[in-house]
Design a protein around this ligand. Structure first.
Ligand code: HBI
Length: 94
């Protein structure tokens, strides 16, 4: 079973993910993306989907035309884990 991050681990991870925000009322992180148009947004989502599948860790997300919002949390431990940090860093590098 994957473990939730401790408070110290959470703080350290967030310091390395300045573009991600914490989420009110949920142990999760969120980042909003904006693209030129729907095709660009969808292409990004396709790449994130492949990353997610390769890591067996999947985002909660939404898309409205050129905007994509991604929330990362780990359902298996009902909170933020190292898996979210790993996926967030990989997404940041796309
Ligand atoms: N994705 N965000 C998220 N959280 C999980 O706990 C999770 C997942 N993808 C696959 C997965 N867990 C598997 O380990 C199984 O629980 C399906």
């Amino acid at each position: 079973m994957i473990a939730r991050l401790t408070d110290a681990e959470r703080d350290a991870a967030l310091a390395e993910l300045p573009q991600w925000q914490t989420v009110d009322g949920k142990d999760a992180i969120r980042r909003a993306f904006r693209f030129k148009d729907f095709v660009e947004a969808w292409g990004f989502m396709a790449r994130v989907a492949l990353l997610a599948e390769s890591q067996d860790h999947h985002p909660e997300w939404s898309n409205v035309y050129n905007r994509v919002e991604i929330t990362l949390t780990t359902h298996d431990c009902k909170g933020l884990s190292a898996r979210d940090v790993k996926l967030a860093k990989a997404i940041d590098q796309l």
